[in-house]
Structures are given as C-alpha cells and as structure tokens.
Design a protein around this ligand. Sequence first.
Ligand code: ADP
Ligand code: MG
Length: 697
Amino acid sequence: MSKNVADFFACDAFNDEVMKARLPKPVYEALSRTRKIGTPLDPTYADVVANAIKDWAIEHGATHYTHWFQPMTGSTAEKHDSFISPTDNGMIIMNFSGKELVKGEPDASSFPSGGLRETCSARGYTAWDPTSYCFVKEGSLYIPTVFVSYTGEALDKKTPLLRSMDALSQQAVRILRLFGNTTTAKVTSTVGPEQEYFLIDKKMYDKREDLIMTGRTLFGAMPPKGQELEDQYFANLKPRIAAFMADLDEALWKVGVFATTKHNEVAPAQHEMAPVFSTTNISTDQNELAMEVMEKVALKHGLVCLLHEKPFAGVNGSGKHNNWSMSTNDGQNLLDPGSTPMENMQFLTFLCAVIKGIDEYADLLRISASSAGNDHRLGANEAPPAIISIFMGEELQGVLDALEAGTTYNSESKVFEIGVDSLPAFPKDSTDRNRTSPFAFTGNRFEFRMVGSSDNIGCPNSLLNAIVAGELCEIADQMEGVPAEQFDEKLKALLVSIIKKHKRVIFNGNGYSQEWVEEAKRRGLPNYKSTVDCVPHYADEKNVALLEKFGVLSKAEIDARTEILLENYAKNINIEALTMIDMAKKKYIPVCIAYAKELCDTVSAKASLEICACVEKDLVSKVSDLTKKAYDATAKLEEVTAAAAAKDSCILEMAKSYRYDVIPVMDQLRTAVDALEVITPSDKWPVPAYSDIIFNV
Ligand code: ADP
Ligand code: MG
C-alpha cells in the first residue's frame, strides 16, 4: 500500500468523486442536490444509482450488501444479503435494484422500541440515507440507513438527527435572511467528535470476567502510581500503541473516515482519536464506524480497545468531546465571530440563541449524555460536572457584558462599539482554562464535553440542533417584519434581554469546585447526578413542546426513548451486580479463605516451636474480618439485586432501585475486596491487578 494517503484515502467509499465519475450527469446532479440541499431524489433514479453502486462494490471485493443502521441498542446493526440472483441455466447474475438500495425490511421485533412496536407493528423499515456515503468493508457494501416502524416512528438514533438537521436549517436560514443573506439555501450542523479510549493487553482482559461482561473493572485497588504525575498526557507513543494507531488510521482512511489527531490521554493506557469535523450526519456514521474499527484493529495487535466511560476507578474516564457548530452551504461558519460589523451582529444573534437554548433546555442536554457508564464521570468528581453551564472565555464575556451594559468593549488597545466595529480575534481556548466546563466556546464552535465515550453522538446532536432551532425560530418570529430603520435597535434590545435573563448559565470558573455546586444551586441550575434523576424529565411539557413543534420526536417517541434509557440502565447495573456476585463467590472469597488457612497453619506451626506469630495473627485477623465483610456484602447484594429486578411493573421504580439500593451495596463489596487485594500476596490474587493492566502495554 502506498504511504501517500491521498492515493488511497476513501478508496473503499462511494463518495462524491466516485459518484461524479460513475453516474450519468443528471443523476449525479440530482443526487448532489439531495445531499447538499435536501431536495428529495427522483425515485426513477434509484435503479441507476443502485446499478452503479453495485458495479463499483463488486470491483471493490463486495459479494453482499447490507443496510447499516443505528438502533436503540447502542451499537450498529447489519444483515447481509448477497447480490446473487439465480438464472435459468443454474448460474447466477449479480443483481441489485433501486428498491433494494432504497428500502429494507429487517424484523424489528428484536430491537428495543420502548413500547412503540406494540402500538404499531413488528415490522421495521430501513431507508437509504443518501446524505451519507456507502462503503465497502469485509466483503460487503454498507448502505447507511435510517430505521423506522411501519407507521414511521423512529426506532433508531439517526432519524431524529436528520429531522433535527432539517429543522435547524430552516430556522437558521430565516435568521440569515434577516441579515440580508438571500443566497444561502441550507445550514448544516457540523461536528468533530474527539474519541477517548483505553487500550489494554488482551491476555489481561481475558482474565477479567468484569471487563468481559461489563466493559469495566468492578474491582481493583489503585496501584501506588496513578495519573497524578500527568506523564502520560501527550507522552510519546510506545511502539505497540503507535503501530495500532497507524493501522487504525489506514483502516479508517480507506473507508473515508477523516481521522486526523491521535495522542495519549491523561490516564495511563488512555488515548484519543479525533477526526476532521463534518456534517453531524456523516460524523455520526463515521464515529460509529470508527469505534467498531478501533475494536477490531486492537484485536489484531493483541490488544483490547475499551470504549466504556469508566473502565478503571481512580483514573480519568473516557468521554467524547462533541465539537459543534453550524455552517452554510456556501461555507460560512455561523459561530465564527467574523470580522465585519454585520457579521458581528449575526454572530451575536446565533450566540445568544445558543445561550438561551442551553439555559432553557439544560435537562435535555444532560439527558442526551445519560447512561449507567457515564454516571461515573458526570456524577463523580471528574470532568465535566453534571451541572450544565457555558464557558465563554474572557474576550467573549467582555463583549457580552458590554452589549448588556450598552457600553463599548475595550480589548487591549481596541475600543469599539458592538455591531459597529469588528470583534476581536478570539483565541482558541487553552485547555487549562476550562477543562472543567461541560459546554465551552472554543473560538468558532462549542465543545459539549459531557458525551460518553461509547455514546452514539446522534442523540446529543439531534437535541442540540432542536434546541437551537427552537431559539432561532423565536428570534426570527420577533424580528421578521421589523422595519429596516428599527432593525438594529430592536435586535440589540432583544439580545440584551436574552443575556440578562439567561446569563446565569454562563460560568467561566472551576466547574469541579464545591463553590460552583452551591453557586449553581443559587442560580437555579439543575444538577442531575444520575441517569435516573434526569431521564424522567425527557417528557417534561416544555421538552415535548419543542421536539414536537420541530418534528424531531413525537410524544410517543420521547416516551419510548425514556423507557429504553431506563431499561438499559437497569439492565446494565443488573449485569454488573451479578458479575460482582459471581467473582466474589468464585474467585475472591475462596482465595482469601485459602490465604487465611495458610496463615493459620503458619501460626500453629510457629506455636509448636514457640516462635512468635504476631504478624501472621494480625494478618489473618484482618483477612478474616474483610472476608466476612465481603461475604456479607455479597449476600446483601444478591438480596437487593433480586428485589430491584422484581420491580418490573414500573421501569422508573426499577431503575431507581438499582441506583439507590443496588449500587451502594456494590460499593460496599468493592471496598472490602479492594482492601483484601492490598494485603494479599499478588501471586495468590485471582485476577490481574490495575498495575498489570494499565501500566503494562
Ligand atoms: P482540542 O483537543 O484542542 O479540543 P482537537 O483538535 O483534538 O482539539 O479536536 C477539535 C475537533 O473540533 C476536531 O474534530 C475538529 O475538526 C473539530 N472542529 C473544528 N472546527 C469545527 C466546526 N466548525 N464545527 C465542528 N467541529 C469543528
Ligand atoms: Mg483533543
């Protein structure tokens, strides 16, 4: 393989360049319009496109095709059909029709629907999403699709995303028209997700039932060294990791994923991959693909890639920084402060819409990042906190303050009046200033840092798009029809009123501090510590009103999603609790009993020789005490887990029981076992220790 990436980039993707080369001009142009402006594709063109894709796919080694979708399970789904079609003479031809490209009919009954299926039908449909590229992987043509029920309800994470992109586009274009822009046809939300992950040795992984069953360690004492020296962050790459990353890049580039940044992260064995940003739709597909490829490439290197939000207690967990902005089809980034007065006011309008939206719908954003795994980050003392706030940075804060006060803003030597002069250049934030903020302005975009490392970014981005669409719509409603001579003054007054009312959501200080928790409470900002606290707010009246108004999610779909989130939470904690019980009974407790016996034997032997055995006696009493604690906690855990599982008549009650009855006992069991680990000889300990797992790669 050539090392010039340009020679092989996207060689396995049916991207714009291939379409242009392979499709008849009118078909290519129609498909381009569909992709760029959203014009529906003429159905008669589907056969032409299908045939061209099939020929291309076969040349690239495909024998099968699959509709590739993103159900509510948390991973992607695929079912492969071959292109072969029998002929009269017992042979085959390779066939692929427009119908097969456009629509599939997988059995929906085995995917979570949150009760939607009962109300409509077991049937589900996948429908080709022409705004994302097809690609060939492992002998199959992958066709990105949405997944909906017989009656059109969304059963996946992508349908609401596409709907939200349309809503945002319509409302953003209305705002642009107010500023005299008559040419922009479409505004697209863009995202660049920074993906964090851990890499550990497969041999260690295989010895840990907890990692295999749950993706995280449920036990494990901290080694003498953790991440406190911060010597891992951006450290030079060990050969094995560098080889993995090189292979990963190559695999991703071939299918057209814009992987670009790679580095070591803060925790030992933790790393990051970031792509060049793209539309929220393509980026979502590419991120799902990237996570899958990461796991597969890791195995080739004898490694396991952990995407769980908190694989190891005591060191940082993993997130997915969701860098989000809006961009016009003519290439203008709407969150770029710009350099001319009109752009300034336009920028400030979009900015104020975001501020108002984040304040009014903080709960929706928090919900979009909720899961059992992510609770370990958001609810604990780790980045970012569960309270949603916006980081503006000094310069932009100064601009907002000046706007609110009706004064001029002085940026160093430059004094100017908002909307008259140009805004200062905003430096891209430096990480030390605002690592603690869940929603930070970073020069020309917002970085939403709450998203969990294993999450599908479709959900946060569809809610973010919907929220901002709602605010832009309100602003447009108020400003359309205002006579030109009053426009500036009216708009300024509107923006000032937004800042006054919603500046409580802006916080430029340390988000980890206890003072912020108290200050946020005074400001009336919500602080939902766990999934079970926030998810029930999905269906709050204002949220339903917003999501229904813009056709992003119906009340029935919201209820379904609420149920799926809670169910998923309960199932996850249930599996974790059962895994802990299993490990305690079959591994830790027997090992500790054997160790205690060995110590007792030594005590007896020493007694017969009249030698002091005080060390052994002291140790055996400690081991026995802790073993008793572990034993009791295991019994208690069995009891509370069974009680939680029995609450199946109400999913919220069940999820709450896992949160408030089961998790505390899991913690008790872990505390006892981790204390035993520290006083037991390492060669007797039944599973690899943290030091073996995170420092040995
Ligand atoms: P840092 O770690 O300093 O925050 P990275 O370079 O790791 O930054 O990641 C920044 C991400 O933001 C990249 O994926 C980048 O493509 C993305 N990004 C840059 N501009 C935009 C934009 N206008 N819209 C969305 N994402 C963007
Ligand atoms: Mg980064």
